[in-house]
Design a protein. Structure first.
Length: 75
């Protein structure tokens, strides 16, 4: 008997939306990431932290956060 996946069958995940944003443009404000990805602010920060960690993803997305401007930029 096959185990059912907890992931949705169709659509783009919020993680993929966040990753795709940085393919489009090199830097985004936290507010823009929240609006485009669908995460709330706290979970958007967590998402980017996970995407940066090579132990959690095959293709790490290394970003830098500027606290003053609230801006994430790809290194």
């Amino acid at each position: 008997m096959k185990k059912k996946s907890k992931r949705p069958a169709k659509g783009v995940s919020k993680f993929q939306k966040a990753r795709d944003m940085f393919r489009e443009k090199k830097s985004w404000t936290l507010d823009e990431i929240v609006q485009r990805s669908g995460f709330d602010e706290r979970n958007a920060k967590t998402c980017l932290s996970i995407l940066k960690n090579p132990k959690r993803t095959k293709d790490p997305l290394v970003t830098h956060f500027d606290k003053e401007k609230r801006l994430y930029a790809v290194r």
